[in-house]
Design a binder for this molecule. Structure first.
Ligand SMILES: CNC(=O)c1cccc(C)c1Nc1nc(N2CCN(c3ccccc3Cl)CC2)nc(N2CSC[C@H]2C(=O)NC)n1
Ligand code: NI
Length: 181
């Protein structure tokens, strides 16, 4: 099973690389990676298992966070209507997106970032996405809310982007230069 020691932290080169497309149908090795990532997310959200194995809770995990620069990520997240989005995707992509943006009030966290990084991370509010699942099915989904944010956060990992790269110093932008007293 994947535990925190398997997750690379910021500074590891895999987090800043462009991940490679996975050849389909996925190999046994890639399927196993995808399955173990989804299992990690489920374990991390189970209080007993998380406590027992000292897991940080997450709703998304991307293969580069395991040092595997392949276009694979898993998400296991419930939206505000209690719909569960539990997927491992091979070669996920955003087909289209709303102009409108959204964000998590509390900012974002990442299993590869062992610190709090305050700030608003702008994400598209609604996205139409595509990816190949563990069952080797090509699925198209329309996502909004937290599932949409998680998808974008994990897709960023496949492109070497960290959530804090997107935190706009909007406070700094409007700060009036105060006269030096
Ligand atoms: C909804 N967020 C907030 O409420 C949020 C709120 C305050 C501060 C921050 C900083 C927030 N931000 C944030 N909180 C999360 N978790 C909330 C707790 N949760 C969880 C915890 C325990 C059991 C089950 C679960 Cl489910 C796990 C997930 N996760 C992410 N991200 C950014 S996108 C990928 C995703 C990720 O998995 N990161 C590891 N950001
Ligand atoms: Ni992350």
């Amino acid at each position: 099973m994947i535990t925190m020691k398997d997750i690379v932290r910021e500074g590891h080169p895999a987090l800043r690389k462009m991940a490679e497309e996975v050849s389909l149908p996925p190999s046994e090795e890639d399927r196993e990676t995808a399955e173990k990532m989804l299992e990690f997310l489920k374990n991390s959200q189970d209080p007993e298992i998380a406590e027992k194995y000292n897991l940080r809770s997450g709703v998304g995990l991307a293969a580069p966070q395991l040092g595997i620069t392949k276009r694979i990520f898993a998400m296991h997240v419930t939206d505000d209507k209690d719909n569960l989005y539990s997927y491992s995707f091979f070669n996920p992509r955003i087909i289209s997106h709303s102009v409108e943006e959204t964000h998590i009030e509390g900012g974002e966290g990442c299993l590869s970032v062992d610190r709090e990084v305050p700030g608003i991370v702008p994400r598209y509010k609604r996205i139409k996405v595509e990816g190949t699942t563990l069952e080797n099915e090509k699925v198209t989904l329309r996502l909004r809310g937290l599932p949409a944010i998680v998808f974008q956060h994990e897709l960023d990992h496949l492109n070497g982007i960290m959530f804090y790269d997107r935190i706009d110093d909007y406070k700094g932008k409007f700060k009036k230069e105060l006269p030096k007293l």
